[in-house]
Design a protein around this ligand. Structure first.
Ligand code: PRP
Length: 210
């Protein structure tokens, strides 16, 4: 069995713990990952695997550039960012959804004017409305998008909804679902050729332990 070094980019935060649990279930020694402190590159002893912790969009960048062979990242970021890599598995955790949300009791489509939608995900939002032939103005917001309709910047938001608590606590509600989201396993296109045996072996172990 070839033992080429494999580097996995892992999204910090929400997905991280579930992903580390998964690696542990496979039988990997995840002690460095559990006690990482401020370290960003962690090794999985005896496996010739290195785990890199990064923000979601950067996970895609590292995998696209081939400095990481595999990546674990949310479908939300994949949909927004796009890119050249293979998405090889739905990991089933990190489940949430993209939704169009409005102020409670509001009809997004009421009236005739072009509606304004605030979002951190302009590409996802554009794709959703274009597909339905609906003209909207999109305003890019960097965070706490829920503010936009409350202060009158937009008629609605397209954002991630997990438990729905953030919407509820801010007097908003889902108007309609846009797309389901969960964590995905992605692979660099060249790694899949040059390190095929190891990449597929790891992908298989991951899928068997979901
Ligand atoms: C997301 C999203 C909402 C919140 C929804 O933000 O933008 O604000 O989670 O979760 P809930 O339905 O469980 O309340 P996140 O916490 O990922 O932080 P971000 O604003 O940095 O994206």
């Amino acid at each position: 069995m070839e033992n080429k070094k494999i580097r996995i980019a892992l999204t910090k935060g929400r997905i991280e713990n579930k992903a580390v649990d998964l690696l542990e279930k496979i039988g990997y020694d995840v002690s460095e990952l559990r006690n990482k402190g401020r370290k960003l590159i962690l090794s999985v002893p005896n496996e010739n695997i290195e785990v890199v912790l990064a923000k979601a969009a950067d996970v895609i960048t590292y995998v696209e550039h081939g400095v990481c062979d595999l990546g674990i990242v949310g479908k939300d970021t994949i949909m927004e960012h796009g890119g050249r890599f293979y998405e090889i598995a739905d990991l089933g955790f990190g489940k949430c959804k993209f939704a169009l949300a409005v102020k409670k009791g509001t009809d997004f489509f009421a009236g005739y004017g072009v509606k304004t939608v605030a979002t951190k995900y302009p590409n996802v939002t554009r794709g959703y409305f274009e597909k339905r032939g609906i003209d909207v103005d999109i305003v890019k917001i960097e965070g706490s998008v829920e503010l936009a309709p409350l202060v009158g910047l937009s008629d609605g938001i397209v954002d991630i909804v997990e438990t729905g608590t953030t919407l509820k606590e801010n007097g908003l509600e889902v108007f309609c679902d846009v797309a389901p989201v969960s964590a995905r396993l992605i692979v660099n296109t060249v790694s899949l050729k040059l390190k095929q045996e190891r990449v597929l072996e790891i992908a298989k172990l991951i899928e068997e332990n979901l």
